[in-house]
Write a protein that binds this ligand. Structure first.
Ligand code: PLP
Length: 223
């Protein structure tokens, strides 16, 4: 894992950050990576993340990013523990995060999740929706909108992913947003070429996730 991490970090252009997606992996592995210098980690489920955050509370410089679908009843927990939320996929969620962040006296950085291709398995703003609601979202006092996040549907080729990521970058530029969270283990090089600033890498870094099956079952049970 250390060699893979070092190799990846050495290949990142200036301005591109590696977000280590630690869902499905134990706190001990996160600690190992943190000791090498990795500070940004991502989780996609609050229930899974909280015990890990607690186990790693002695590590000072860590920044936690939330990248999963965020249910309304989990917003307070996420706002309390996570510095960045990549998966804000509706106006009502954004409004709720801002209201709760005000109560918690914080101001999380957020990325707005966009869906630029049909994909029934994912949420996100369409380009049209985003243009319509952006003026209202910018007014939310306890959100700091720093960028857009997107995911490519599984069936897309690398070339098609590159196109999708470039559209996402163009859209972020139209709104003067600096960040684009895009690119995963299977497509991060094309994401870099398209202008990503945050690569969300899990399996390429940590290996296969052990608890993938259990996670999806838990997900259903907690809805
Ligand atoms: C799990 C996950 C990743 C990481 O996926 P890998 O293919 O393991 O790199 C990235 N983004 C999101 C939103 C995820 O849920």
């Amino acid at each position: 894992m250390s060699a893979r991490w070092r190799d990846l970090v050495d290949r990142l252009p200036v301005g591109v950050h590696l977000l280590a997606v630690s869902k499905g992996h134990p706190a001990a592995l996160i600690r190992q990576l943190a000791e090498l210098g990795q500070q940004d980690f991502a989780e996609s489920r609050l229930q899974e993340a909280l015990p890990k955050l607690k186990a790693l509370a002695d590590l000072k410089g860590l920044r936690w990013h939330f990248i999963g679908r965020l249910q309304a009843n989990k917003v307070r927990g996420v706002v309390r523990s996570f510095a960045v939320i990549h998966s804000v996929d509706s106006q009502s969620l954004a409004v709720r995060i801002s209201r709760i962040a005000a109560e918690e006296q914080c101001c999380p950085e957020v990325m707005l999740q966009v869906k630029l291709r049909d994909d029934p398995t994912k949420g996100g703003f369409s380009q049209e929706q985003l243009k319509q609601v952006m003026p209202d979202l910018i007014e939310l006092a306890h959100l700091k909108i720093i960028g857009l996040m997107t995911m490519a549907p599984l069936e897309l080729s690398l070339e098609q992913r590159g196109e999708l990521f470039r559209e996402c970058r163009d859209l972020a530029d139209q709104f003067d947003l600096p960040d684009c969270s895009m690119g995963m283990s299977s497509d991060w090089p094309v994401a870099i070429k398209a202008g990503a600033t945050w690569l969300r890498l899990g399996s390429i870094l940590f290996g296969a996730r052990l608890s993938a099956t259990r996670s999806s079952v838990d997900e259903i049970n907690t809805v």
